[in-house]
Write a protein that binds this ligand. Sequence first.
Ligand SMILES: Nc1ncnc2c1ncn2[C@@H]1O[C@H](COP(=O)(O)OP(=O)(O)O)[C@@H](O)[C@H]1O
Ligand SMILES: [Mg+2]
Length: 242
Amino acid sequence: MTPDNEPTGMDQKNIQIEVVDLHKSYRDGEGKILHILQGVNLQIPRKATVAIVGASGTGKSTFLHVLGALDTAEKGKIYVEGQDLLSMKREQCARFRNQTVGFVFQFHHLMQDFTALENVMMPLRIQSVALSEAKKRASTLLQQVGLGDRLHHRPAQLSGGEQQRVAVARAIANSPKILLADEPTGNLDEETGQQILDLMLQLNEEYGITVIIITHNSALASSMKYQYRMVHGQLTLLTNHS
Ligand SMILES: Nc1ncnc2c1ncn2[C@@H]1O[C@H](COP(=O)(O)OP(=O)(O)O)[C@@H](O)[C@H]1O
Ligand SMILES: [Mg+2]
């Protein structure tokens, strides 16, 4: 563990996410190896807010995908709530993605043919939550994100900010412990982006959800407690407002 990467004063028992010497490569079109993650080390306490900044192409999305069990890595360890992520079997991975983490992307990835309500119900239905219960919970979530009067709108009938609110509601439908957001405001104007960030900070405050967000916006990054920069395939701690 790099001492530089441990936020000061962190209680070891309170660590929720621990990444140790994580490496990941891709092959380019000609078969040449691109070493993207080159020994990422990171410790994140429960209920933290974390920003990851860094130049385009440095591996921020790659890292978030591995952390959310959407992708694998060839070397290193990731422990989330004590679970060894990289040695999980397929089914455990699927459960982890459905229950422990929630994802928000730059482009909302909502299902176009379904209403806001149906989109938010989907992860609940996958968890076999009964239809009426899923409906109730999804409409409560949409009310919480300020869309109580947009339940039956399809994504194309919503503004960009509203679509991202639906994506946030869907991401937290199964009460995940961690919300992973990859440039969630990258496609929004400044004010709407700030509102989406405020919403995520509110979820952190109210439910203790850890929020990890990749952003190019330094004002948004500075509202997070911990800020890391991806440089040369490693994460470097920038600040720790404690
Ligand atoms: N599936 C892939 N196959 C090959 N190269 C990839 C793949 N995904 C990403 N890359 C490369 O890995 C690098 C890091 O990508 P990414 O994690 O998306 O960067 P960032 O999110 O920091 O902009 C980029 O150079 C990208 O082209
Ligand atoms: Mg990216």
